[in-house]
Design a protein around this ligand. Sequence first.
Ligand SMILES: [Zn+2]
Length: 89
Amino acid sequence: MTSPSTDDPPPKSALICPACDHTSPPDGDWQLQRRIRMTVYRCPCCGTNVVERPSTVARGFADQIATMTAPIRVLWSVYLRGINRLLGW
Ligand SMILES: [Zn+2]
């Protein structure tokens, strides 16, 4: 990575510091402060907390739950449809 060009617009996911307009992607030069549930992105230029995001561990766990329950939800809807057919609803 060289110094960012001012010609290129920042990518959509870029974070912008509201205090000093420092712009960098989420995996850029932000100072990350990891908390239990949140990761705080702090501006390296002025120290402003730019954004708080749920920590990746918590988000990964939620994704895991959704992945695990997806087949159950599919089976359940098939099951209900079968019962409806049996009962002639
Ligand atoms: Zn800043």
